[in-house]
Design a protein around this ligand. Structure first.
Ligand SMILES: NC(=O)c1ccc[n+]([C@@H]2O[C@H](COP(=O)([O-])OP(=O)(O)OC[C@H]3O[C@@H](n4cnc5c(N)ncnc54)[C@H](O)[C@@H]3O)[C@@H](O)[C@H]2O)c1
Length: 326
């Protein structure tokens, strides 16, 4: 997502400073930006204040996208997850106080809602029921950040992102819409667990646009506010996503089974982000499926099954030294 956000801001004339420790050996994703006079990249960890000193030179706003992202990878590396998603993020929240920035935007997740009843729609006041290590850290960081109100000199904004889809320089095939589309395109027979469970989705380019809207907003409008980020048009069940894909690939083979290992089921209200920021997604899930199918037809992702590690958060190939020291 960071790459799509970078593209958006560079295109709109902003200067961008990026910090990443490339835990998946994902440096390839930034090659396109190198050499751009408005782009600065630092290789380092967000829990290292030495590198944060370098990064924080001449910046006006901070967006915390960095993290160990997703339930499977955090479950696989619980200790590293704790040091990145709990300690690293809180370190940034503390570090950027007193640096004169306007806003610190923390990217949280709609996964925080966990499991809700079929007829309910989770708005920002809805009870948080994080089920995974990943979501528990997000909720803990949200609370930590809220408790800073009146104690920090920036306006904090929390955006609970829906699940991402859409083409990206660091394409992820561990995210449902893209994974299902790619797999059906390549003729794989899919087994989908809990096909009737709801999830909100949002295109990465819409997230980037929303981030710019937040940056341009008055502190009084967004400061210490939480927004669900997405649009109700993209609340889909897994079965609905599959049915859309099958409209383009009618011969696709999909089987369904109940009682999988991921009980999450949440339908989300995006009324607040629409009324306060006038944000509505430009792209639907169907748009995302279509643009990915076009790329697949061009052969852009022909290596994505063979080169699985490159296309998702599967293992921490970029920090082997750290793992070996554990
Ligand atoms: N992808 C989604 O569907 C989704 C949904 C909801 C919320 N989010 C949130 O959006 C943000 C971006 O997600 P994404 O999908 O782009 O994730 P990603 O895994 O593609 O990117 C995360 C980046 O953070 C970097 N990173 C990890 N630990 C770091 C550290 N300690 N210091 C510096 N960099 C570090 C990684 O190398 C990687 O480039 C995350 O905070 C995520 O929790 C994502």
């Amino acid at each position: 997502m960071g790459t799509v956000v970078t593209s958006h801001f560079l295109k709109n004339g902003y200067k961008i400073t990026v910090l990443d420790n490339f835990i998946y050996k994902n440096q390839f994703a930034i090659q396109h930006y190198l050499g751009d006079a408005n782009y600065k990249i630092f290789y380092g960890d967000m829990s290292d204040n030495g590198v944060l000193d370098l990064v924080s030179d001449d910046i006006t706003d901070v967006i915390i996208l960095a993290g160990l992202v997703g339930d499977p990878i955090t479950k696989k590396y619980p200790d590293i997850s704790d040091s990145i998603n709990n300690k690293g993020v809180k370190n940034c929240i503390d570090y950027f106080n007193g640096k004169g920035i306007d806003k610190l935007i923390f990217i949280s997740t709609c996964s925080n809602y966990g499991l809700i009843k079929e007829n309910e729609l989770a708005d920002e006041e809805f009870l948080l029921r994080p089920l995974s290590l990943y979501a528990k850290a997000k909720v803990s960081n949200e609370q930590y950040l809220f408790n800073k109100k009146g104690l920090v000199d920036y306006a904090a904004v929390i955006l609970r992102f829906a699940t991402a889809f859409g083409l990206s320089p660091r394409m992820r095939f561990d995210l449902s819409v893209s994974e299902f589309t790619r797999d059906i395109f390549f003729g794989k027979e899919l087994l989908i667990y809990d096909g009737d469970t709801w999830r909100p989705y949002c295109h990465v380019r819409d997230f980037a646009r929303l981030l710019e809207m937040v940056i341009l907003s008055d502190q009084t409008k967004v400061g210490f506010e939480v927004f669900n980020a997405g649009g109700e048009v993209n609340n889909f069940t897994k079965k609905m996503v599959i049915n859309e894909i099958l409209r383009y690939i009618p011969g696709g083979k999909v089987n369904y089974k109940e009682n999988g290992s991921d009980p999450r089921n949440y339908k989300v209200s995006f009324a607040k982000v629409k009324s306060i920021l006038s944000f509505e997604p430009e792209f639907t899930v169907v748009d995302g499926i279509k643009e990915l199918l076009e790329a697949l037809e061009l052969g852009v992702y022909d290596d994505s099954i063979r080169n699985k590690e490159k296309y998702g958060n599967y293992s921490l190939t970029g920090i082997e030294e750290l793992l070996n020291n554990d």
